[in-house]
Ligand binder design. Structure first.
Ligand code: ADQ
Length: 447
C-alpha cells in the first residue's frame, strides 16, 4: 500500500524520460509511491515491478482497447474537440464504452495500491472519468487531477456525447488543475450549465465536498536543459550543425514538434514558402529545419497530415532550392534531448506556432537552452506558454500575413533587443520550473 499514487496513461519506464516523469518520479520515490499506467504495448500482461524506487502497477490494454480507448475516444474524439476542433472530432459509441471500461480498470488499480487516506494524482484527457470512479470506491483518498491539454469553451464541450459524465468524472477530484485560468473557468461554467452547480471563485460544492479548479502552468526541468546547454560536446555539435547548414551567413529557423495537426507545422511551412516566393527571404539568407516526431501513426488524420507536410516541403525545396542548399530540412524523427538542445543553441529563430496548445514545452526548452541570451522565439498566442513568455514575438498562426511578419521581425531584430527579450523570459523560466509546478499543485491539494 502506498501513500502517494500517480495515475497516468503511460508508466515512467522510457529510456529518456520527459519533464513530467523527471518531476514526479523523485516525489513518488521519496514518498515510497506507486505509479499506475499502461506499459505501452498492446496485449502485454506484466506483473507489478519496481523501477527507480517506484512501485509500477501496469494496466493491461488489449489491441481493441488501444484502438477504441486510446486511438479512438482519447485521440480522435477528445483530443481534437479539446483543441478547438481544429480537426473534426469523431464520435463513436463503441469508443466511449471502451473508454469508460478502461478508465474503470485504471481506477480499480489505483484503489488497490492506495493506502488509507493516500494522495492520488490522476493525469490527462485519457483518464477524465477516473477521479469520479475512484471517489466512489475510496472516499478516504485525497484526489488531484491535472489536464495537460486545453479545456474547450462551453459551446464546444457541449457537442460531446454524454458530456455531463465527463464533468462528473472530474468533480470526483478535490483539486482539478489546468494549464490556463481560462480553462479552469470553462470547466466551472460547465458545472453550472450541465449540473446546475454554483461555482464561487475557483471553487464549487458538489456532493457535499468542495472542489477547487485552478491553473497550474506546467514547466520543464530547467537544470537538465541548462546542463546540456553547458556541455562542450553539445556546443560543438551545435556549431557543426550551423556550419553544415551554411554557417553564419544563413539564419537558422527551427521547428521541433510531435507531428500533430494542432502544432501549426503546415501553417509555418506555408508562410516560409510564401516569404521565399515573394523574395522577402532569399534561400542563401536563411534555412528552415523542421524536426517532427512520429506520433499516433495509426490515426488517419495523422497519416494525412504527414502526407500534406511532406508534399509541401518537397514543393518548396523543388521550387526554391539549389544543389546542396535546400530551403527546408525536414526530419521525421525523434531526437535525443542532447541533440534537441544542440539545435536550440544553433537556431536564430525558434518557431512555435500551434493553432492550440495546452502549454508547449518546446518554447520553454528553447529559452532555458539560450545561456548566450540570444535567439528569438516566435510564439503562437494560442499556447499556454504565451501567457508566461512575454519576451516572445507573438503570432496568430491562422493569419499567414501575421506569421510572415513575425518571422521576418524575429529574423531581423537587433541583438540588443533579442537579449533584452531573452533575459526576461529566462528569468521567468528559471524561477518557474517543473519542480515548482508539482510542489504548488501538491501543496494546494493537501490543503
Ligand atoms: P505535447 O503535445 O507532446 O505535450 P510539448 O509540450 O511541446 O507537446 O512537449 C513535447 C516534448 O517532446 C518536449 O519535451 C520536446 O522536447 C519533445 N519533442 C518534441 N519533438 C521532439 C523530437 N523530434 N525528438 C525528441 N523529442 C521531441 C502535451 C500538451 C502540451 C503540454 C505538455 C505537458 O499537448 O500542451 O505542454 O503535454 O503538459
Amino acid at each position: 500500500m502506498h501513500g502517494f499514487v500517480v495515475v497516468a496513461n503511460r508508466v515512467p519506464v522510457d529510456a529518456t524520460p520527459g519533464g513530467l516523469v523527471s518531476a514526479l518520479e523523485p516525489i513518488a520515490r521519496r514518498a515510497g509511491g506507486a505509479w499506475v499506467g499502461w506499459i505501452g504495448s498492446p496485449d502485454e500482461r506484466v506483473e507489478p515491478f519496481e523501477h527507480n524506487g517506484v512501485y509500477i502497477r501496469p494496466v493491461a490494454l488489449s489491441d481493441e482497447d488501444v484502438d477504441r480507448y486510446y486511438e479512438g475516444q482519447s485521440n480522435s474524439t477528445l483530443w481534437p474537440l479539446f483543441h478547438d476542433g481544429v480537426e473534426p472530432a469523431t464520435h463513436r459509441r463503441a469508443w466511449r464504452v471502451a473508454y469508460e471500461a478502461v478508465n474503470r480498470r485504471f481506477a480499480e488499480a489505483a484503489a488497490e495500491v492506495a493506502a488509507e487516506g493516500a494522495t492520488v494524482w490522476v493525469h490527462d484527457y485519457q483518464l477524465l472519468l477516473v477521479p469520479g470512479m475512484l471517489r466512489a470506491a475510496r472516499p478516504d483518498l485525497r484526489i488531484g487531477f491535472f489536464l495537460h491539454i486545453p479545456f474547450p469553451p462551453v459551446e464546444l464541450f457541449m457537442q460531446l456525447p454524454r458530456r455531463a459524465d465527463f464533468v462528473r468524472g472530474l468533480l470526483g477530484a478535490d483539486l482539478v488543475g489546468f494549464q490556463h485560468p481560462l480553462a479552469a473557468q470553462n470547466f466551472l461554467r460547465l458545472t453550472a450549465q450541465l449540473l446546475g452547480l454554483r461555482p464561487d471563485g475557483d471553487r464549487v460544492e458538489y456532493d457535499g465536498r468542495t472542489v477547487t479548479a485552478r491553473a497550474f502552468p506546467i514547466s520543464i526541468d530547467v537544470d537538465e536543459i541548462d546542463r546540456l546547454a553547458a556541455d562542450p560536446k553539445v556546443q560543438a555539435e551545435s556549431r557543426r550543425l550551423r556550419e553544415e547548414l551554411g554557417g553564419d551567413r544563413r539564419a537558422l529557423l527551427l521547428g521541433v514538434d510531435r507531428l500533430d495537426y494542432t502544432k501549426g507545422i503546415e501553417q509555418r511551412i506555408e508562410a516560409y514558402g510564401e516569404l521565399l516566393a515573394a523574395g522577402t527571404i532569399g534561400n542563401e539568407e536563411a534555412v528552415l529545419v523542421q524536426v517532427a516526431t512520429p506520433s499516433r501513426e495509426r490515426v488517419v488524420q495523422y497519416q494525412q497530415l504527414r502526407e500534406r507536410v511532406e508534399r509541401e516541403v518537397g514543393r518548396i525545396n523543388g521550387e526554391f532550392g539549389d544543389v546542396g542548399r535546400a530551403p527546408v530540412h525536414y526530419l521525421f524523427q525523434s531526437r535525443s534531448r542532447a541533440e534537441l538542445v544542440a539545435l536550440y543553441l544553433a537556431a536564430d529563430v525558434m518557431l512555435v506556432t500551434p493553432l492550440r496548445d495546452g502549454m508547449n514545452l518546446v518554447a520553454k526548452e528553447y529559452v532555458a537552452a539560450r545561456r548566450d541570451e540570444l535567439g528569438a522565439l516566435v510564439l503562437s498566442e494560442f499556447t499556454g506558454a504565451a501567457a508566461e513568455l512575454d519576451g516572445a514575438f507573438p503570432v496568430n498562426p491562422y493569419d499567414v500575413d501575421d506569421l510572415e511578419r513575425a518571422i521576418t521581425s524575429a529574423m531581423r531584430a537587433e541583438p540588443v533587443e533579442l537579449s533584452r527579450r531573452m533575459r526576461r523570459m529566462r528569468e521567468y523560466v528559471r524561477t518557474h520550473d517543473v519542480g515548482r509546478w508539482a510542489a504548488d499543485f501538491l501543496k494546494t491539494l493537501s490543503g
